[in-house]
Design a protein around this ligand. Structure first.
Ligand code: NAD
Length: 498
């Protein structure tokens, strides 16, 4: 069986930790690997390696750092299929979906190729007699990333290219549920010529994460995962003086106004609700049709499509949706559907107990459609993170807006309409970080930044794009006087150039 190790200072190592965690193929339920879990000492070894690599990497000219990104870009494109297969083998998502993940990661690498331009500072000449002023953004040092299972290559690549292009060195702690992609990402960077120690991968659980959060040589932590863990990471990381960005969970609503193209809206809901088995932080999990007629027509269009979803392993080119990540996730999602039913939701299509011939031990769920849900129900309040689409019927547009604004999460949302006034009003009033108008999953492109509002994020910065430059660097402003011979005598008042 495959044994997945850490990669520290460019070398695979099992470290000193005695614990391992099993890794499964979710389509078959078979164990395909085990992964070493880091001890606190292993984390220290990784941080020490990253710290030793920092000085030389930070002083490497940005144009040379960019060349690594250009090479990585080409390697990632050439090996996209291999990366996608590695993702699917442990995550279970379809091959095309995994390829989509690689493409979005590639776009972040392409943005990082422009790092010399992005790091360019400001200069002001003659701010006083013989005095010039310039400001510059400098790297922080060693930074860490802690990432979730659902995008095992893309989320690490939201962070690493930007952090290291800025001149930092990096320690990644990926999800222990699908860890192989992180090691492959490391190998792609190595193939692109990244010096050893600039990127280190430690696998592990809470022990490893706590060791990173408490380590005095880690300057910043980027986290993506569930909200309770994000909140914990933010509190513990900032308590030890670190800069922290922690992106959490979501409950994304899509509002459908009576004037919307309902066929287009139903297609959008199918892809955004059931793609990747609903295991996306930008998945649409709540459809909010406005008015009874819109709701009835929408449910009528959705129900047969949900029943007809093509479910299969990633090796099936016709599959639209794969299994969920673990047996525990499958059981949890089924119990939430049951809870919804008990609390009064109408189960229009029931995905519980789904079986796929030849894959009886896999973690399967059929698509589930719930109607008549209300804001007090558990299925509405909690993130389900599975192939379950709930329909919450709103009487009016204003009620739909209030509903979204009152929800604890604020990651993504969408409005489907042909009414420009409504669309503009929605974009202005909605208390959510990423908004789509007739776009169901409005994940920003790599040259904008990604980030939710409310309890979908802790910390001031979004991830990748221009926000990443601010997060992974600190500002230095230098005021200098040349020539030195200008003598004004001692000045005891507060200096001004007037
Ligand atoms: P998770 O929070 O369980 O795990 C994320 C990471 O934190 C993993 O590396 C894990 O090992 C570590 N971790 C887990 N429990 C911990 C603890 N108690 N202390 C310290 N570290 C701990 O998340 P997941 O199940 O892997 O991923 C799914 C979640 O991630 C969903 O809630 C989803 O919405 C969210 N997510 C959010 C975004 C976003 O951009 N906002 C993107 C992707 C996923």
């Amino acid at each position: 069986m495959k044994h997945i190790t850490h990669i520290i200072g460019g070398k695979p190592t099992t470290g000193s930790g005695s614990l391992v965690s099993p890794v499964f193929n979710p389509a078959t339920g078979e164990q395909v690997a085990d992964v070493t879990l880091a001890s606190a000492e292993d984390v220290t070894t990784a941080v020490t390696n990253a710290k030793s690599a920092f000085e030389s990497w930070a002083s490497t000219p940005p144009a040379k750092r960019a060349r690594v990104m250009f090479r990585l870009r080409d390697i990632l494109e050439a090996r996209a299929d291999e990366v996608a297969r590695t993702i699917s083998a442990e995550h279970g998502k379809t091959h095309d979906d995994a390829l989509g993940e690689v493409t979005r990661a590639l776009e972040v690498v392409e943005y990082a190729c422009g790092i010399p331009e992005l790091l360019k500072g400001d200069f002001s000449r003659d701010v006083g007699p013989g005095i010039d002023c310039f400001s510059d953004r400098q790297p922080l040092g060693v930074v860490a990333g802690v990432t979730p299972f659902n995008f095992p290559a893309m989320v690490p690549l939201w962070m690493i290219p930007m952090a290291i292009a800025c001149g930092n060195t990096f320690v990644l702690k990926p999800s222990e549920r699908d860890p192989s992609s992180a090691n492959l990402v490391h190998d792609l960077f190595a193939a692109a010529g990244l010096p050893d120690g600039v990127l280190n991968v430690v696998h592990g659980d809470k022990t490893a994460v706590d060791a990173l959060l408490d380590h005095r040589d880690i300057q910043a932590v980027s986290f993506v995962g569930s909200t309770p863990v994000a909140e914990y990471i933010y509190a513990r990381g900032t308590a030890s003086g670190k800069r922290v960005q922690a992106l959490g969970g979501a409950k994304n609503h899509m509002v459908i106004l009576p004037d919307a193209d309902l066929d287009q809206a139903a297609d959008a809901l199918m892809g955004a609700g059931f793609g990747s088995a609903g295991e996306r932080c930008m998945a649409v999990s709540v459809a909010v049709p406005v008015g009874t007629e819109t709701a009835d027509k929408l449910v009528e269009k959705l129900a047969p499509q949900v029943r007809a979803l093509k479910i299969g392993p990633s090796t099936d080119p016709d599959a639209e949706m794969g299994p969920v990540i673990t047996r525990a996730a499958q059981t949890h999602i089924e119990s939430l559907i049951a809870k919804g039913e008990q609390e009064g939701a109408k189960v229009v299509v029931d995905g519980r107990g789904y079986q796929l011939q030849g894959y009886e031990d896999g973690y399967w769920l059929g698509g589930t459609l719930l109607d008549d849900i209300t804001p007090d129900m558990t299925v509405y309040r909690e993130e389900i993170f599975g192939p379950v689409l709930s329909v919450l019927r709103a009487d009016s547009y204003d009620q739909a807006v209030s509903l979204i604004n009152d929800h604890e999460y604020g990651n993504g949302t969408a409005l489907f309409t042909r009414d420009g006034d409504a669309a503009r009003d929605f974009a202005n009033r909605i208390q959510v970080g990423m908004v789509g108008v007739n776009v169901p999953i409005p994940v920003p492109v790599a040259y904008h930044s990604f980030g939710g509002w409310k309890r979908s994020i802790f910390g001031a910065h979004g991830i990748y794009g221009p926000e990443a430059i601010h997060f992974y660097t600190r500002l230095k402003t230098i005021t200098s006087r040349w020539p030195t011979g200008i003598r004004a005598g001692a000045e005891f008042t507060f200096p001004s150039m007037g």
